[in-house]
Design a protein around this ligand. Structure first.
Ligand code: BEZ
Ligand code: FE
Length: 292
């Protein structure tokens, strides 16, 4: 073994961490050490800064439980979640792009019939999302599952609403025989990422926005197609160009068109203005072997 000098430390550590039977773990650890040492050298980290970072990471971990994940939020605001998403989803042009899932998805949402309101009595301005799930060459995909979730009209997700005991602003719709779907919901609101933890502490030392533009989440699943987890963002939202978690892709910005009172495509008659979003989700077919 080599004894360390100021000049050879990274080399010595890399050599030691070479001894890992799993080749992928070896590759990841070698790269981590190389970049971490490079970063520490680059900024010439002081000992108080090193200790502040250890304390910050400790407090971040202490905030995590089954309901809250401050490390995922850290990954989100550093753009790492979007980077991992992009490395893992190479979709062809024309397919609906993916974006971050975020912390508010809850599994086993209730099944909602086509055109029915996702959560009866939820506050907010009525909104219908109408479109088709289709292939890259425009053929309908019937029976696709559209798992959607969003804030209510007061800007709150289920996890943020106290005192409710029913699923809130989340539901599973299905595309019809012709690939069409009608989601009946309310207009979502822009909201702030959680700012009462260690990420808030860090963001407050910057001039960056901590807002996410208004959006509706969708996770779309159809037999034989690559699943996609994405959002539809409201065009014109004040924060559309500075999403705190870098989730906005141009193809996902849609107009929420204000409609006069009257009959909507789901047959409902509104006495107040309502909003219409038209969007077709395009899925990429899996290679035969992968789909089997
Ligand atoms: C969200 O989309 O709900 C979200 C995503 C990342 C961080 C915080 C919230
Ligand atoms: Fe969200």
């Amino acid at each position: 073994m080599s004894y360390v000098t100021d000049g050879n430390l990274t080399e010595v550590v890399m050599e030691r961490w070479q001894d890992i039977p799993d080749p992928r773990l070896r590759e990841v650890m070698q790269s981590l050490i190389k970049h971490l040492h490079g970063f520490v050298r680059d900024v010439e980290l002081t000992q108080p800064e090193w200790f502040a970072a250890i304390q910050w990471l400790t407090r971040t971990g202490q905030l995590c439980d089954e309901k809250r994940q401050e490390f995922i939020l850290t990954s989100d605001v550093l753009g790492v979640s979007m980077l991992v998403d992009s490395i893992n989803h190479h979709l062809p042009p024309g397919a609906t792009p993916s974006t971050v899932e975020g912390p508010f998805h809850v599994h086993d949402a209730p099944e909602i019939a086509n055109g029915e309101m996702v959560t009866k009595d939820a506050p907010g301005v009525p909104c219908l999302v109408v479109g088709k799930v289709q292939t890259l060459d425009g053929k309908p995909i019937p029976g696709a599952m559209l798992d959607m979730w969003q804030t209510d009209g007061e800007g709150l997700y289920e996890a943020q609403r106290e005192g409710i005991d029913i699923p809130w602003m989340r539901g599973i719709y299905h595309s019809q025989q012709d690939g069409s779907f009608i989601v009946r919901t309310v207009v979502p609101l822009a909201y702030t990422i959680p700012m009462d933890g260690t990420i808030g502490e860090l963001m407050n030392k910057t001039n960056m926005s901590h807002m996410r533009p208004a959006h509706i989440h969708f996770a779309i699943l159809a037999n034989g197609f690559h699943p996609v987890t994405t959002h539809l963002f409201e065009k014109g939202d004040e924060w559309i160009a500075k999403d705190a978690v870098y989730g906005v892709k141009e193809e996902l910005i849609v107009e929420f068109k204000k409609q006069p009172p009257g009959k909507a495509p789901n047959g409902e008659v509104f006495n107040e203005p309502w909003y219409l979003v038209e969007y077709d989700f395009v899925l990429d077919r899996m290679a035969k072997a992968a789909a089997a």
